[in-house]
Design a protein around this ligand. Sequence first.
Ligand code: NAD
Length: 364
Amino acid sequence: MRVAVPKEIGAGERRVALVPDSVGRLVAAGFEVAVEQHAGAAAGFPDAAYSAAGADVVSTDQLLAGAKVVVRVGRPAAEEVAELDPGTVLVGFLSPLTDAAGVERLAERGVVAFAMESIPRITRAQSMDALSSQSTVAGYKAVVAAADRLPRLFPLLMTAAGTVAPAKVVVLGAGVAGLQAIATARRLGAVVSGFDVRPAVREQVESLGASFLDLGVQGAETSGGYAAELSAEEQARQQAALEERIPEFDVVVTTALVPGRPAPKLIPASAVERMRPGSVIVDLAAETGGNCELTEPGLQVERAGVTILGFTDFAAHMPYHASQLYSRNVTALLLHLAPGGELALDFDDEITAGACVARPRVTV
Ligand code: NAD
């Protein structure tokens, strides 16, 4: 079975869906792999490395010839979907909860589409969990970006010229990205606090050497381990508590998300206005509207002397390792869908059924 790997088309996207190491694994398992010329170049994987791993490096025109499966990072353009043969399997981040039209287009074309973000978060599917792998990279990169913008040092320094107090960092939303942000800020020497509405998180925050910020607000956890949305009254209480506490910090990293809902607004403009000049907010929830009222998705802006980063593609800013981890997730899914290199889709299987967001319609 032939797998095609296109060069990504999204603005600022530097990742690639398969890296040479995974190509080698798939070829050994019985797959054929075609890689579009320069597909991995921006992530640090040259064409020669793909050839050496056993891939056919081909021109854009040749990419889809004979391909049964297309694996990519981001959503395909409409023209690309029109070129897919009905029955082709497509794998990628397809935004099924927010891009109904894109998913409908795939279904109409007769594509069998698997969204990486829809893979059930069960133990058996951990190796395929691309939300976690990319959130890990984003959480790390968010803190490194904040440290770069902050006009202060992160660690405590005792020098002949005097003592420098450590930076104070708070991380709001301590899921996968948030916990990585806490760990990274700690490694850089900051004094770190964390907050989440899920009660179970306190222990995880503390185990990383951070303190739990008590805002007097607690939410529920759904059976999938996600946060349930707070009521309007609880959200108002959280905003008021944060307005009091936020000015204490030099850096705020926010990651709070509720699946399928706009990002909860945690930081009102009035809280930003009370922060010290030069402080930095990194809003990892920018793609779904942002946790901060003043975030502009995709941009770095300065408001009331505070730098606010609303980049929606932090993982793409660290493309080598983001691609390497994503590629392992995709490879695990391919080996699940096509053991031994032959497609065997079993829609009674929880992973296959859960990840599939479009299938050809059966006409009677
Ligand atoms: P997410 O990206 O959906 O959300 C990020 C965090 O924001 C969550 O921790 C959530 O509780 C928090 N949040 C939501 N509303 C908030 C608010 N108003 N204020 C503060 N925080 C708020 O979450 P995620 O990082 O994908 O992880 C969610 C859960 O799934 C975690 O418990 C994680 O351990 C679990 N998980 C399980 C598996 C698995 O079993 N395979 C894999 C990955 C994650």
